[in-house]
Design a protein around this ligand. Structure first.
Ligand code: MN
Length: 235
């Protein structure tokens, strides 16, 4: 299936919101930006058990993520960053102080992370699966690539599935709280799926067994949310 056909296919799912509408709402996203916010967690701390334990979730969300958010706001105080969407800030990352890179990255990355997980079993749609197959060979090959990016990221960081400027999906990893939106990233694009491989994300339950945490992540992926993000890149 080519990309245009994919767009037509996913467009038919959105009966209430035609795909054309999705494009215009995406384009206007920047205009309606109303400031930065600490997102609500869409599920309880224990909802992702047994794959991610409740204590890890509570500490990760209410302390780590909150600290990134608060520290980003401190760094942004009195600047136009307060009224600038994160992707725009990331596109000029190298011109901002290190504290914005670390805390702005941590704020954005975790907001994405909570959203692309769900306790509810769900399957990837045939249309999105086709898009992955087209760009990455097969769905299994994609999972292998992503898993290997997550396992082999040395020290703290993230594994990503992103869309590049040509609309092509690719897998990469970034150190610390970097992400593919940043001008400092080796491979640049818009992330649609991300996995936190900092030890704080898994150590209480998995200790040094990062690979088991990575394997179990597939039980938690919210494919609808990932596909929504993917569709928003199709402008
Ligand atoms: Mn984290």
């Amino acid at each position: 299936m080519n990309r245009r056909k994919f767009i037509a296919a996913v467009g038919t799912f959105a009966v209430a919101t035609p795909f054309v509408g999705a494009i215009s709402s995406c384009a206007s996203e920047t205009k309606v930006f109303q400031g930065h916010f600490f997102p609500e967690l869409g599920y309880s701390y224990d909802a992702l058990e047994p794959y991610i334990d409740a204590m890890t979730m509570e500490i990760h969300y209410s302390r780590h993520h909150k600290a990134y958010f608060d520290n980003f706001l401190k760094a942004a105080e009195g600047t136009d960053m307060l009224t600038t969407p994160m992707p725009e800030i990331f596109s000029r990352m190298s011109s901002y102080p290190e504290s914005v890179r670390n805390n702005g990255g941590g704020y954005y990355n975790h907001s994405l992370f909570w959203e692309i997980m769900t306790p509810e079993k769900n399957e990837i749609s045939p249309a999105f699966k086709s898009a992955i197959e087209q760009d990455l060979g097969s769905f299994d090959e994609f999972k292998k690539l992503f898993g290997s990016a997550a396992r082999s990221q040395f020290g703290s960081g993230w594994a990503w599935l992103s869309v590049d400027s040509n609309g092509k999906l690719f897998v990469s990893s970034t150190p610390n709280q970097d992400n593919p939106l940043m001008d400092v990233a080796e491979k640049k694009g818009t992330p649609v799926l991300g996995l936190d491989v900092w030890e704080h994300a898994y150590y209480l339950k998995y200790q040094n067994l990062r690979g088991d945490y990575v394997d179990n992540f597939w039980n938690l992926v919210n494919w609808n949310a990932v596909e929504e993000r993917f569709k928003k890149t199709r402008v």
